[in-house]
Write a protein that binds this ligand. Structure first.
Ligand code: SF4
Length: 308
């Protein structure tokens, strides 16, 4: 293990690379990264570093977003097959056909896409949102236009509840957040009656309605920091997030909410990235995210939505 960490450090120096890691990566990858964060924070961090090479430890759409925001840099992804069930649920050709059908029926709408989408879907959208800015963006869409929200139906339902704005919802979901067990959550709450439940808005309504706080990963970090005395938190998001919460605010106790089929929920796509693949991609200079023409339109939508 120490040899491997030493190799990664030496290769990183040799190639003047910076390592970015999502909060859903295994703890040993988060621990050695130069920056950790959600996909938006990491894409923004990538624009501020001088290093010519960025190794993005996350899934494909995240590395793609980092490339879109940093076209002049080399962006590497340890495993090119690290996908995402949400991004996969909304292929660009299906979205395009659906938009055309709505237009043919005289519907006037704007498309709001969650950042967990491919560059081609971003390029077909009017707005890109994260769990952090989605409410604000939805309030900016003119009232005389409908909203087509893609791809997460659970996040879309949550946004309907908090903004009061009805939307046309795409039928996608995150395979990790969709399967938290409400029965196990209620049993945990009985065992720890003082614990606060924090849930990601990608969770279904039956988990959100039993939660004290609903927010993305950055908002979760801020929420637990606000508790000055040690407290217990039941956490309904990808299980590696508990390491980051523990790292940033160690005075609390964090308990993963179990999934229906497993004791804790880990994303199998994120898990494709390993220390060995991280070393190999630094050594080989690949796999790399190549620039494609669609990235130009996706960049314009991203900048309008996220940088203002
Ligand atoms: S946790 Fe869900 S949304 Fe995040 S990368 Fe994995 S499948 Fe996609």
């Amino acid at each position: 293990m120490n040899d491997l960490l030493g190799e990664i450090a030496a290769l990183k120096k040799q190639h003047n690379a910076v390592i970015l890691a999502h909060y859903y990566q295994d703890s040993e990858i988060q621990e050695l990264a130069d920056f950790t964060g959600d996909s938006l924070k990491l894409a923004r961090a990538a624009t501020k570093v001088a290093n010519p090479t960025i190794v993005f430890c996350g899934v494909h759409f995240m590395a793609e977003t980092a490339k879109i925001m940093n076209p002049e840099k080399r962006v590497l992804l340890p495993d090119l097959k690290a996908g995402c069930s949400l991004a996969d649920s909304c292929p660009a050709d299906r979205l395009y056909r659906y938009q055309e059908m709505l237009r043919a029926n005289g519907r006037r709408f704007q498309t709001v896409a969650y950042i967990n989408t491919t560059a081609d879907v971003k390029a077909l959208s009017d707005w890109i949102v994260t769990s952090g800015n989605a409410e604000e963006v939805i309030r900016r869409v003119p009232a005389d236009q409908e909203i087509l929200f893609v791809p997460d139906r659970h996040l879309g339902q949550y946004l309907q509840e908090v903004t009061g704005r009805q939307m046309i919802l795409w039928n996608g979901a995150c395979m990790v957040h969709e399967i938290f067990s409400v029965g196990d959550l209620l049993a945990q709450k009985r065992q720890l009656p003082g614990a606060k439940t924090i849930a990601h808005p990608e969770c279904p309504a039956n988990i959100r309605e039993h939660s004290d706080f609903v927010g993305g990963t950055e908002a979760m970090i801020r929420y637990v920091e606000g508790f000055r005395e040690p407290a217990d938190f039941l956490v309904a998001t990808e299980a590696n997030m508990l390491w980051q919460l523990q790292h940033q605010t160690p005075r609390h106790h964090y308990h993963p909410v179990p999934g229906i089929t497993c004791a804790c929920n880990k994303c199998p796509h994120m898990a494709r990235n390993t220390l060995e693949k991280l070393r190999d991609c630094l050594a080989d200079g690949g796999p790399e995210i190549d620039w494609r023409p669609e990235f130009g339109r996706a960049r314009a939508v991203l900048e309008r939505s996220l940088l203002n």
